[in-house]
Structures are given as structure tokens and as C-alpha cells.
Design a protein. Sequence first.
Length: 356
Amino acid sequence: MLKPGDTVGILGGGQLARMMALAAAPLGLKCHIFAPEGDNPAFDVSAACTIAGYEDEAALKAFSASVAVVTYEFENVPATTADILSAHVPVLPAPRALAITQDRFTEKSFIRELGLIVPDFIAVSSLEELDAALMTIGRPSVLKTRRLGYDGKGQAMIRPDVSASEAWDAIGHAPAILEAFVPFEREVSVVAARSLDGEFVAYDVCENRHKHHILDKTLLPASISAKTETSAKEAAKKIGDALGYVGVFAVEFFVAGSGDQEVLLVNEIAPRVHNSGHWTLGGAETSQFEQHIRAVSGWPLGSVKRLGQIDMENLIGDDIARWPDLLAESGLFIELYGKREARAGRKMGHITRVIR
Ligand code: AMP
């Protein structure tokens, strides 16, 4: 268990690490960021920073000697990096969560074995296998690379007019899964936390709207039945318990059908704080960032009580130009990540309106 004054090590220096470091400070904890490149939003707000590659063994050893625990802000931490670190210092969530969630096939198989529903899927590693899988799954379907896909990258939709070879070329011939297309009504997620001694808490279910495959808005309460809300939280608990997870994680779902016919299908697990939990900064009694720091420090979890009706909006690319007007809005929770360049599709900040 960490004590105030101790240092939390964080792999990755983006906005998620920045908001974790900002949440650690009032708890009396310092953060040491380890990231491969120099221009990082988390560096502005952290006690120590190391710029080195994730394969740099000497730098990883020095980093592990300077911190009481290591956590991360993204799921693509190389397995060898996690192994080198965990020989010297606790790595939380444990690297097993990374191993499972880094590969869509392993992840979906794991979720299905827990008795939860996922869209039908088949692993494919050649055009011939894709042809065969299309005979079973049919069209429309979605071809997704097994590894390193996010925000719709590494994906190809196979509509009736798209040939298998076009889709196979589009994802660069990488090992993949072919997944059934889900005609969903809405996309929702559960942001949850599990402590070192197995306590589990879940924030209310969020409804997520995407623009160009990037999260645009998160709204609460989600427009789903009370039964579906409970099932989503139970699914997250099942996943957290099965992973022996410590920290904050998110489970993304598709909701198909409506009313009594509502069905929840798990899309993916994010083993980290998540964009759909940003509303908790200002919108809940404990933010997901504080919650994660508490969990990996071996501390008791905080209250997940929601403080009102929530409307969280991401500021993407040029949206950031609205900052003077946003600052003038009373009661708005505003978080700007301090990135200098507003490239298209880049997450620059977010705002949350809480209607009490
Ligand atoms: P993912 O990277 O798997 O989260 O997918 C990104 C987005 O693509 C999702 O948020 C959905 O909007 C869409 N998508 C992914 N898989 C499916 C599917 N099987 N059926 C329908 N839409 C999907």
C-alpha cells in the first residue's frame, strides 16, 4: 500500500496520464511519467519524467527503482516492457489484462467464455480464410485487425458491394477477426473500478455518440431500461473479477433492440481510464482518475455517485478555438490538455455540463 509522498509511475504521457497526475496531487502522491517522445501533456504537471523507448531496459529499471507502483494510460504497452518492470515493482492492472485485451480474438473469446454475449466472430489470417468466414458470418460484417486497432483504425466494413480482397487489402493483410455487423440502437459503456482487495464499484452507464469513429459526446443517464443498466454493471463486475483486475477499466457495449427486447453485446474492454469516463471530473463524487490512483495505490475506492444529468463533449481539432466562449459559461467543467497543435481528429480537451 502506498503512503502520501510516494510516487506512482505512469507509462504514457498523453491526456489520460495528465489527468491521473492531476488527480494524484491532492492525495499527496507524486507521478513519474515514462514516455518515448518529449512533447507530452502529462509532462507539464508531473514531478518527474523519463523520455525513453519502451524497449530501453536500463531506463525501465531506473524508472522502476524510482516509483512505488507502475500503471499505464494505454493498452498497447509491449508485453516485454511490462515483464521487465514487474520484476522490480508492482505493475497494476496486472499485465494479464494487457495480454488479453491487446488481441481482439483473445479478448472476445475471454468475454464469451464468461457467458457474456459478443457479436459472432471468426479469426482470419489469409484471404482464403476470410472467404470461408464470410460464408459463415455473411454481410454486412466488419473485418478488424487483431492488434493495434483503435477509434475505427485497422477496420474495414464489408458491405454487399465490397469484395473480400478489397477488405483484406484495406487492413494491410494483418491477422484479423471477421465480426458480424450489429444493427445497434446505441453504444453505451460502463466505467468501473476494482480495488486491491476485490471491492468493485461501477459508475452509471454512459451513452456514447461518435463522429468519424471518435467519441464526440457522452450522455447520462443512458436511454436504456433499468434492467439493461443493471446487466451492464454486472457484466463489468464479471470481467473485472475474472481478470483479478486492479484499477479503472471500461467495457463498451452495443445495445440492440429496445424496450423488453434490449440486448447487450460486449464490444471491447479498455484496461485503463477511458474517454467515456471523462464526465466524472465534475460529474461524480470521485473522478475516474482519482479512482484509478486510489485503486493502484491499494487505497479504498471513492464514491461513484453521479451529481446530475451529464453532457460531456470532446473538443477535437479546431473545436479548441471555442475556448474563450467556453470559459465564459458559468458552471461548465472544462479541461484543456495544453496541446500546442490542433490537428484534425486530435483530442484537445473536453467539457462537461452537469444539470443538477
Ligand atoms: P471498435 O474499434 O471495435 O470499438 O469499433 C469502432 C466503432 O465501429 C464502434 O464504436 C462502432 O461504432 C463501429 N463498430 C465496430 N464493430 C461493429 C459491429 N460489429 N457492428 C456495428 N458497428 C461496429
